[in-house]
Design a protein around this ligand. Sequence first.
Ligand code: C2E
Ligand code: CA
Ligand code: CA
Ligand code: CA
Length: 279
Amino acid sequence: AAEAGGGQHMFFDAAHNVQARERVLLETELRQAIQTGQLCLHYQPKVDVRSGRIVGAEALVRWSHPQRGLIPPGHFIPLAEESGLIGPLTDWVLHAACGSLRRWADAGLPELPLSVNLPASSLADERLLDQLAALMQRYRLRPSNLMLELTETMLMRDIGAAIGVLERLRDQGYGLALDDFGTGYSSLNYLKRLPVSELKIDRAFVIDVARGGRDGALAAAVITLGRELGLQVVAEGVETEEQSEFLRGRGCVLQQGYLHSRPVAQGEFEAMMRSQAAS
Ligand code: C2E
Ligand code: CA
Ligand code: CA
Ligand code: CA
């Protein structure tokens, strides 16, 4: 950058500048979005393939931007994590998820656990347990209505502290899921010590599953491992019948993925639950 004589450096600096300004703009907009209700949750059903019925759902945040349209979380969660907006964003997500659970209960819809993704920073936040307890009271819910999804990468940052927090959450009755399972490193060593109730097999293992490749073998091994540890095993990103059948044949009957349903807006999800309740 010091050698401003080089055209290339100039170019990179300019590009970098645009990027930096874009970031600041996006950050300002995201802060406003959280305050002005531009975020929304979509819901992806978790299906038991034996019955074809919805047995749970995962809440996935979206940003409904007035000019840019619906922005997926991959585009703003990392920014939120770097800019300190992840706290308010997570507060919003938890409120919205609990508000939906209350609304469904009031509408007489069957009780289904709702999974919520927690960011890496959340386990280090001492307010988490109090915050959740306040939400349970405010929305008149039981902790078993919520399933908290955590990734192994975030748990491995400080495994000792993480286990302590997880044990307290489990003792309160919250469901705990290990998300993106198989993508981290030290999972097998720690899996036995982690007080989680559910393993979510990452989509990467599901993709090649029916082709008889190594991933098929790995997915099968993870399913067996999870089952032997007494955990509920859920496959993510199931897109084809072939994948679904392979997983089912290995005992993984709980599945999420486009084959069963894409994540859908609240109204659509409620219609799905209503039509299921009627049948
Ligand atoms: P994730 O928790 O692993 O969520 C699964 C992602 O896979 C979702 O993407 C979902 O739409 C997508 N998906 C589901 N089924 C299929 C399929 O069959 N094929 C394919 N190709 N994709 C499928 P999405 O909604 O874009 O979310 C991406 C990530 O953003 C999530 O990954 C999660 O890590 C994060 N995220 C989403 N919502 C929240 C939130 O409220 N808070 C936090 N902290 N992170 C969130
Ligand atoms: Ca997840
Ligand atoms: Ca996942
Ligand atoms: Ca993922």
